[in-house]
Write a protein that binds this ligand. Structure first.
Ligand code: ATP
Ligand code: MG
Length: 249
């Protein structure tokens, strides 16, 4: 069995008595892209925020690289990179200035931050736009900057929360190719999306979440085989079959 890099056990979180995450357990192996799929409000972002030390769980724990998220969050932060669903970029700064700022925040000295910023802009295909203010970028280009920022710490595990929402096919393909390349170079990735066909293409394994719980998990092929012929069944049909409703409203 593949070596687990992240293990989440029975994570729970409520907000003012409303349950957002209701006992979630899963693991991610080294060099694996793991998908967390589910409709709006399923609890994907809340789960990521607990895994990435941003939000303390009400119950349960997570270990990343052997370190507990609740007991040793500082050790965990050295191993992870986060690309949040809500973009947090400085619009008046250039792309390279944004990356260097976040690199410095991650503890790099200015020379290393500059070198890595240039390297990451190349990786996401924005080296020609390095000196342009981010306010002039399209939505897809901003998403690519967001990805480049998440990579500034050279993370072993990258959290990508809906990296392809509302972007053009060219940026989407660029993000796919970058994520696959990073996985091939050894990174583990947690990827959330509403788009079942993206998960089918990218993920080694995935979990389908609904109402704060994981209702199915496995490789895309395994999930489809539970329903019928994996060659003709889609993950969208799996979700419909499990919940009685369509993933996208
Ligand atoms: N800070 C918060 N305060 C109160 N309720 C919250 C908070 N964050 C999330 N919730 C609630 O928790 C539930 C899960 O939200 P979450 O953002 O984790 O879902 P999601 O699966 O990421 O959805 P989306 O696909 O829309 O991003 C929702 O009902 C949401 O309203
Ligand atoms: Mg979300």
């Amino acid at each position: 069995m593949a070596e687990q890099f992240m293990e989440a056990k029975d994570l729970r979180k409520s907000f003012d008595g409303a349950v957002a995450v209701d006992g979630v357990s899963f693991d991610i192996a080294k060099q694996e892209i793991f998908g967390l799929l589910g409709p709006n409000g399923a609890g994907k972002t809340t789960t990521i925020r607990m895994l990435s030390t941003v939000l303390p769980p009400d119950a349960g724990d997570v270990t990343i690289g052997g370190h507990s998220v609740t007991q040793h969050p500082g050790d965990v932060r050295k191993l992870i990179g986060v690309c949040p669903q809500e973009l947090a970029l400085y619009p008046e700064l250039s792309a390279i200035e944004n990356l260097m700022f976040f690199g410095r925040m991650a503890g790099l000295n200015s020379g290393d931050a500059k070198a890595r910023a240039a390297e990451n802009l190349r990786l996401v295909g924005l080296e020609d736009r390095a000196k342009d203010a981010v306010s002039k970028f399209s939505g897809g280009m901003k998403r690519r900057v967001n990805l480049a920022i998440g990579l500034m710490s050279h993370p072993a595990l990258l959290f990508l929360d809906e990296p392809t929402v509302g972007i053009d096919p060219q940026s989407r393909n660029h993000i796919f190719e970058t994520v696959l390349r990073l996985r091939d170079e050894g990174m583990s990735v947690l990827y959330t999306t509403h788009y079942m066909e993206e998960a089918d293409r990218l993920c080694n394994r995935l979990a389908i979440m609904d109402h704060g719980r994981i209702i199915a998990s496995g490789s895309p092929g395994e999930l489809k085989a539970q329903m019928g012929d994996p060659n003709t069944t889609s993950l969208e049909e799996v979700f419909l079959n499990l919940t009685g409703r369509s993933l996208r409203d």
